[in-house]
Every structure is written in C-alpha cells, then in structure tokens.
Write a protein that binds this ligand. Structure first.
Ligand code: Q9C
Ligand code: ZN
Length: 652
C-alpha cells in the first residue's frame, strides 16, 4: 500500500544565530543529509512524497496552551538579542525568526502522515522534520523541541479519527519527558520510551525518567517500558530519534544503523502495520542519514540486514529491563504470570519422569554442541551471496500455479523445477518421496532453494504433500547446508521430527513447535508443545523463538508447517513476519499441498514485506504454556544468552 515521506524544505530555515555549543548540533544539514541519502539510495523515489503543511492554531492547541503558542508566534518578529534572551528561559533551546513557521510545519507533517495512514492512502511513513518535538511540553520548549509533533499527532488521531489505543514508541536516546507528561494519566496512549539514563546523570536528568514512572490515575501502567502483547494498538507512532547511533556526539552510544531496521520491522507486526515515524534527534550526519535509510527501506518492506555483534546482552541492560518489568508487573497480566512462575525443574505437564536430560557441562548433549561456530559476528556485506540484493524478493513455488492467489504484482509464481535426475538423487533415501507428486513438489522446492542460495531470490514458499513433509524438509536442510548456508534455522510446526541423520555440529538450529512435550535435547534441538491460545503463541515467539534465532544468527531460515500444525493464517503470518528479521529475510516457508490459497497468499505477502494482520487483543497464555516456556528458558539460558532479555531471570 505504500510508504509516505513527508517533508518541506522550509524546515531547513531555522538555525542557531549565536554561539552555543549545546545547541549547534541541531542544524539544517540534518534534514538535507538524510534526504540526499534517501535519494542516492533510490528510496525517496519509492515513497509517496507529501509536502508538509502548517499545523493550525487549534491543532497546536490539542497539547499546548494558547499562551505558549502565542509566545512562540511572537518570536517571528523578534531581533537576535530578544531571541537569545527568550531562548535562555528554556533548557537547550534556540529560537530563530523562522522557528514558528518550521515548528508548525513539523507538527503539520506529523498530522499529514497520520491522516494518510488512517485514511488508507499509505500503509506507513516517515516525517522528516525540524525542530524535533518529544521534549516540548504544554507551555514550554525544551531540548531543541518547540511543539510536540508526535503528541499532537496522537491527540489528533484520537480526536479526528476516533482511535482508542495508540502506541508511541520513543527510540530517541533521550527520554521524551514532554510526551510522558502530556499522556501520563491517559490510558488510551501507551508511551514507551527507552533512553540513556545513567541513574539520572544523563540529560534531561529527571527522576521521572526511571522505570518506576508508570503513569498516574487512569493512566497507571501506560507510561514507559512495556511489552506489546496486551495493548493491541490501532496505530503506532514512533518518536524516531537517531542519536543512539554510532558516532552521535550527544548520545555517545553504539547502535548500528541496522538496529533501526529491526526496530521498525518489529513494530510493523502491530496495528496492522500502521506505523508513523517522525524524526526527533540524531546529530551525526553520516549515521543519521544511514539510519533514516534503514528505517525508510524497512517501511517500504525491504528485509532488514542481519544484526552483527556478539548477541550477548550486557548485565546493566538486563537490570534495566528487569526493573521496568517489575515496575509494570502490577498493571500487565502477562508480566505477572511469567515473573511469578518459578522456573520448574521439570514441567508438571510436559515432561514425563526423568526427561529431558539436563544439559550438563561435558555431557553428551554439550559435546554435540561444542564444535558449534560461536555465533560469530557476521555482516551482511561479508556474505558475497547476499550482495547485491536479490532481484526477486519473493517467489511462490506451488506445484500447480494457483490463479486464485492474491499476490503483490512483483511476487513471481515459479515455473521452473530442478533437473529430474538431481531431484531423484535427493529423493532416493526417502521412501515417502517415491511418489510422483512428492517428486514434482521436491523439484520445485529445490529450484526455489537454489535461487535463494545463489542470491537471486530472497524468500519464497513451496508446498509438499503432507506425507512427504518431513522428508522434503530433510532434503531442504541438507541441500541448504551443502550449498552455501553456514547456519540454518529450521522452525518446524506440527508433527515433524528432527531428521535423524542431521549432524550435531551446531550448523542447524532445530525448533519444533508442536512437539508432545517441552524438551531441550541439546542447545540446537528444542521442542515445545504448540501454545494453543494467542497469548501463549506470542510468548513462545517473543520469549523463545526470537531470542534463540537472533542468538544463532542464521543465514537461511526454513519454516515448515507440517502435519497437524494447527496454526491459523494470522498466527503463521506473525511467525513468518518475525522470522523475516533473521538472515536478511532469507526465509523459505514450506506448506502442505492442501493448504488453502488464503494461507499461501498471506504467507507470500508477509514474506514479501506486507504487515501481518493484527491478532487482536491477546488472551492470556495458559499456565501449561507458561510452564513449558519457563522450563525451556531455564534449560537453555546458560547457552543462549539472548534468552535473558525476554523475561525474568533471578539474578544471583
Ligand atoms: N551536555 C533531542 O534529541 N543537550 N534533544 C544536553 C548536556 C540537550 C536533545 C547536553 C539535548 C537535547 C530531540
Ligand atoms: Zn534525543
């Protein structure tokens, strides 16, 4: 449905007229550098360009006092001395004769973006604006911010579009205290901010930026740090500051631009993909431009480049997450349940006596795991087969091209098949692949897989007769490993056993969702029952599948919907959408041949970058689901450090 880019060149007019080392970083080149890079990359051309309009007095009045708006209006006619004097009345602020015009354009740009998304003109978008907004308050400018662009957009979405649940995610390095103050007693706006804090020693030095600020009155629990699984927003607004990125003089942190692709992609599974991002901070021009490109290309549906790095969360981050979870637990059932459930040594319902074996150091399981390549920093660009970007983003390789499939125009329905002799050679060891239908399907799958391994195709779906699903998956794994994949993640839904001959060399991570019991047979062989309720399914993805997958850093993902997988379209879509964050989106989904065209269609669209449908407000995970999850997390946490992020871990 498209991505909007809202901009107006007048917003480059405001600038610092005097000497002030604190404010000089907020300069016009921030916008031009970002825009130039978007053009260079061909990203601007793929967006719907909207020219920003000025927000009206009434619109500004949604969050600001009339007195403050007229104060800012009057700065248009002030001389330099007076501007400087007024600026000194606020913290980290400069006014310029064009400030009022620019700030009205910045707020107006946010309104246009929200209108375009909520009327269905586009799916999502970015407003490139100056001045930023998230620090500004009802009657105060603060931290380079004059009008609170995101807050005005949220108030407008409520008032003009009748929305009841809006999520604001603030990924700027600073706490957007302005947004927090404006909505702290409003349960219809959930404000989530992560920010550098340093126990209160980082600007804006506020006690209320800490995790124990959780909102007040009706808004208790709707401020700060929350998981998304119960709120089910209708719209996601992003206070998109890029001052946590490498090189930023203000944030002095180390986020890579790729991080913003992943943050964006994670948010796109909410609110049916209705994501409106608005620029806040970001002062290193090169890093800012790169990060803006990452955000826009992800909004456009391009797969996120893999994250590099050790994938081991640091202790101080874990402590911060834990205090936020603890502070929020009184208000969110999903947090209560997990945080109150002690890690069982043996789950009461999912494991018979004596099973599974503990993962003892030096035991057979760990020996198997030992030669694993340490989840090594792997960069997208290091892998020649992934570069340049595949010419085909998504291919559908069903046995009989289906005319009832609803697909985006550039999704290809594959005609080709692998050579007959080659297909037969791969099929020979498997009885279930002897039948003609199974062979035909395998030929199509191998052809698709080769296209992906050669780097011509990014993602795809293939089908197989149910009776041949396990063998087909086995062949796909072997083929992937022998033809270039270094680390292969296989997520098998339903009754699919791990292929018996699969080497225990750490190159394959096998995750079965739909097993009879929760079992970690080794760190690379995990099985969990299918959580039946929505809440359990989400917890399983967020609390188990993604931490393992991000920790493993695969360069190929297979997701197989096998016999009895029990997933409905929206669930399968959500899982696929989230797995798309791995391996640069190199995901192959294997379906059963008699799956509905609706299921094939929804998966193809999601792998292609469309937002999955919203699951709706999620029910709670059942106690059994929570037990199974906690049990596996407890077993696997020593090996997979990313698991420490998702939920409680008693800190020793
Ligand atoms: N030495 C935004 O990122 N500077 N505003 C504090 C203390 C103020 C940041 C420096 C930073 C304001 C939108
Ligand atoms: Zn900032």
């Amino acid at each position: 449905m498209g991505t909007a880019l809202v901009y107006h060149e007048d917003m480059t007019a405001t600038r610092l007229l005097w000497d002030d080392p604190e404010c000089e970083i907020e300069r016009p080149e921030r916008l031009t550098a970002a825009l130039d890079r978007l053009r260079q990359r061909g990203l601007e051309q793929r967006c719907l360009r909207l020219s920003a309009r000025e927000a009206s007095k009434e619109e500004l009045g949604l969050v600001h006092s009339p007195e403050y708006v007229s104060l800012v209006r009057k700065t248009q006619v002030l001389g330099e001395e007076e501007l400087q004097a007024l600026s000194r009345q606020f913290d980290a602020i400069y006014f310029h004769p064009s400030t009022f015009h620019c700030a009205r354009l910045a707020a107006g740009a946010g309104l246009q973006l929200v209108d375009a998304v909520l009327t269905g003109t586009v799916q999502n978008g970015l407003a490139l604006v100056r001045p930023p907004g998230h620090h500004s308050q009802r009657a105060a400018a603060n931290g380079f911010c004059v009008f609170n662009n995101v807050a005005i957009a949220a108030a407008h979405a409520k008032q003009k579009h009748g929305l009841h649940r809006i999520l604001i995610v603030d990924w700027d390095v600073h706490h957007g205290q302005g947004i927090q103050y404006l909505f702290e007693d409003d349960p219809s706006v959930l404000y989530f901010s992560w920010h550098r804090y340093e126990h209160g020693r980082f600007w804006p030095f506020l006690r209320e930026s800490d995790a124990d600020a959780v909102g007040r009155g009706q808004g208790l629990g709707f401020t700060v740090n929350l998981p998304w699984n119960q709120f089910d927003p209708e719209l996601v607004l992003v206070s998109a500051g890029f001052d946590s990125v490498i090189g930023d003089p203000e944030g002095q942190m180390q986020a890579t631009p790729e991080c913003f692709a992943h943050l964006t992609q994670l948010l796109q599974v909410l609110a049916g993909g209705r994501v409106c991002a608005m620029l806040e901070g970001g002062y290193h021009l090169e890093s800012l431009a790169e990060s803006v490109c990452m955000t826009v290309q992800t909004l456009l549906g391009d797969p996120a480049p893999p994250l590099s790095g050790p994938m081991v969360p640091c202790q101080s981050a874990l402590e911060s997450i834990q205090s936020a979870r603890a502070a929020q637990a009184p208000y969110w059932k999903s947090l209560q349940l997990q945080d109150a459930t002690p890690v069982p040594t043996s789950p009461s319902t999912h494991s018979p006596e004596g099973r599974p074996p503990p993962l003892l150091p030096g035991g057979p399981m760990c020996k198997a795991a030992a030669p694993a390549p340490a989840p090594a920093p792997s960069s997208f660009l290091d892998q020649p087969c992934l570069c340049p970007a595949p010419s085909v983003r998504t291919t559908v390789a069903l046995t009989a091209p289906d005319t009832t499939l609803v697909l985006p125009p550039d999704v290809i329905q594959q005609e080709g098949s692998a050579l007959r002799e080659e297909t037969e050679a791969w099929a020979r060891p498997h009885k279930s692949l002897a039948r003609e239908e199974a062979l035909t399907a395998l030929g199509k799958l191998l052809y698709l897989l080769d296209g992906m391994l050669d780097g011509q195709v990014n993602s795809g779906i293939a089908a197989t007769p149910a009776s041949a699903a396990a063998a087909t998956l086995d062949v796909a794994i072997q083929r992937g490993l022998s033809h270039g994949a270094q680390r292969l993640l296989c997520v098998a839904l339903g009754q699919l056993d791990r292929p018996p001959d699969l080497a225990h060399d750490g190159r394959t991570l096998w995750l079965n969702i739909g097993g009879k019991e929760a079992a970690a047979l080794s760190m690379f062989h995990v099985s969990t029952p299918l959580p039946v309720m929505t809440g359990g399914f989400l917890s399983c993805i967020l609390g188990l599948v993604l931490p393992l997958a991000y920790g493993f850093q695969p360069d190929l993902v297979l997701v197989a919907l096998g016999p009895g997988h029990g997933l409905q379209g929206p669930h399968a879509a959500l899982l696929s959408a989230m797995l798309r964050g791995l391996a640069g989106g190199r995901v192959l989904a294997l379906l059963e041949e008699d799956s509905t065209p609706q299921l094939a269609g929804i998966l193809a669209r999601v792998l292609h970058g469309e937002a999955p449908p919203s699951l709706g407000p999620s029910s709670m995970a059942s106690p059994e689901d929570v037990q199974a999850l906690m049990y596996l997390r407890g077993q696997l946490e020593p090996q997979w450090k990313m698991l420490q992020v998702g939920a409680f871990t008693p800190q020793k």
